[in-house]
Design a protein around this ligand. Structure first.
Ligand SMILES: [Zn+2]
Ligand SMILES: [Zn+2]
Length: 544
């Protein structure tokens, strides 16, 4: 018997790296579609790992069954893994023009041939892939052209919300349109797979128009140079800031690759029309401070981003001076706190004024708070809900909110849980293999085989390498001892190298010559160093 399945491989139980699968057929032999294929930016704990993404082994092991990828919008947590995962499948990709523009840029960067595979989708389009009929429904979010998906199979109707909020004045694109959604009531939605990011936040997320009005007031009152850092992908915010700059007789300078990339993508689809031209970074130095507004990347304190370079006086063309103002028109993504505070300290040291969300109303979230979730529940009236796009505290809050407001059933699941969706019910079918892929420099590795754990250990305890020649169990010549990340002297001024030598001689001078000499030497050195340092370094012995 054929059934409909939902299976998240990323983004459920975490915020980031979204990858959702929908299947129709038998649980072990179904046709699948993939909705989104995103990354998570590595924060702490994994040295040298640039990006993390979902492990697609479940679907990769049956790649002929993946019939297409649909991308809801262009945020990195939804499209960032495409250059690394999609080439293996080489199936059709469906997305809007704006998202496609940013995707193509990624594919070009990685020399990926996508010819004839990319199908451009517009709001309201209905596409048929295998037994799936999918309709794209425009919803407001913090990036242009975000589409929810109405996914119909012969056995179920699913509303996949994607990332959304209710914004009646999004400034870019159409406002939230509840009328379109009301039409689905006749259809009966069996389950809603729903964004949970702000499910613990009461009230509403607020509108871009309100942010615009507040920012405009702030910009009008500042004298010196203004730096504004925001998420580059928030085109509406860029638009608001650029309009306000023009009104207050300031030229807008774009700084940072992310800013240029988004502005180009927006212009290519006709967004950001009617604004004065942006000034190139190279020309920023010629503008008087009071006529300058610099839009830059780096709101999360990223070391290599424009704002950090400016703070460190390492930007080629742009300087910040006493009396200038930096506005952080963004939220702090958990994990980035110390980087952001360091950055703010650098500006404070220069006498630059700092305005953050704590001081003024300068940012709204792109995700629904509780009142918006309630409004969506009553518009869509799903029989059940599967919360996604959140950590467990967000997922459970979304589920409780739904059940307290008339939705019959909710399932809080995690990555790798396959759910059977039928007309009246959602039930857990099985668990499948899941995990993460790490981008380590130019190489992609499975989490379980990543050398980052070893790097992490080395960073705590260092490494000692001993290279020696043994003849008849006696050292010939002088052993070479190299240490990395080990202190040079103990508290009495004795060199660590001498302690290593002593540990070596203890083993070679001992009467008991049996057993594995290499491990005896290693254990002796580890013991010796631990007794004087209190830490166990990694020790490697090389016999020549
Ligand atoms: Zn997202
Ligand atoms: Zn998003």
């Amino acid at each position: 018997m054929k059934d409909t399945y939902f299976l998240p491989l990323g983004g459920t139980g975490e915020i980031g790296m979204n990858l959702n699968l929908y299947g129709y057929g038998e649980s072990d032999n179904a046709d699948w579609i993939m909705v989104d294929c995103g990354v998570t930016f590595s924060q702490s704990g994994l040295p040298g790992i640039d990006l993390q993404m979902p492990d697609p082994t479940f679907i990769a092991s049956q790649k002929e069954n993946l019939k297409g990828v649909i991308l809801t919008h262009a945020h990195e947590d939804h499209i960032g893994a495409m250059p690394f995962i999609w080439p293996y499948f080489d199936c059709p990709i469906y997305t809007t023009q704006f998202t496609a523009t940013l995707l193509i840029e990624k594919f070009n960067e990685h020399n990926i041939d996508y010819e004839n595979k990319l199908k451009i989708l517009s709001e309201g389009d209905i596409i048929k892939i295998s037994s799936f009929e999918i309709m794209a429904i425009g919803l407001t979010h913090s990036i242009p052209e975000m589409n929810a998906l109405l996914i119909k199979t012969p056995s179920a109707n699913i509303f996949h919300t994607g990332d959304w909020k209710i914004d009646n004045d999004p400034l870019v694109g159409d406002g939230f349109n509840s009328k379109d959604l009301l039409n689905f009531n006749d259809l009966k939605i069996d389950t809603m797979v729903c964004d949970s990011t702000n499910a613990i936040v009461p009230g509403r997320s607020g509108s871009e128009l309100e942010v615009k009005e507040s920012l405009d007031k702030i910009i009008g009152e500042i004298d010196g140079r203004i730096f504004i850092s925001t998420f580059a992908s928030n085109v509406a915010r860029l638009y608001s800031i650029a309009e306000s700059a023009a009104k207050h007789d300031r030229h807008v300078v774009l700084s940072g690759r992310g800013m240029h990339r988004i502005v180009n993508a927006a212009k290519s689809v006709g967004i950001l029309k009617g604004l004065p031209e942006f000034v190139d970074e190279e020309d920023a130095g010629y503008l008087p401070a009071e006529k300058t507004l610099i839009l830059c990347t780096g709101s999360q304190g990223e070391y290599r981003a424009a704002l950090s370079k400016i703070a460190r006086d390492q930007h080629q063309h742009i300087v910040a001076e006493k009396g200038d103002t930096v506005i952080f028109s963004s939220k702090i993504i958990p994990g980035n706190e110390s980087g952001i505070l360091n950055l703010q300290n650098l500006f404070a040291k220069k006498g630059v004024n700092i305005i953050t969300g704590k001081d003024e109303f300068i940012h709204v979230s792109g995700h629904p708070c509780q009142d918006e979730l309630l409004e969506m529940f009553s518009l869509i009236k799903p029989t059940s809900i599967i919360p996604v796009h959140g950590e467990f505290r967000h997922l459970t809050a979304n589920a409780s909110l739904a059940e307290a407001n008339g939705i019959k059933k909710s399932l809080v699941i995690e990555n790798g849980t396959m759910v059977k969706v039928s007309k009246n019910d959602i039930v857990i079918e099985t668990e499948v293999e899941n995990g993460r892929l790490y981008k380590d420099g130019k190489i992609i590795v499975y989490d379980y085989e990543s050398p980052s754990n070893e790097r992490s250990k080395l960073s705590q305890t260092g490494l000692i390498i001993v290279s020696l020649v043994l003849v008849n169990n006696k050292i010939k010549g002088k052993p070479v001892i190299k240490t990395f990340g080990i202190p040079e002297f103990d508290k009495d001024g004795i060199r660590f190298d001498d302690w290593v030598m002593q540990a070596l001689n203890n083993v070679l001078g001992s009467k008991n010559k049996g057993g594995n000499l290499e491990s005896k030497i290693r254990n002796s050195i580890v013991r010796q160093i631990k007794s004087i340092w209190g830490k166990k370094p990694k020790v490697e012995i090389i016999f020549n």
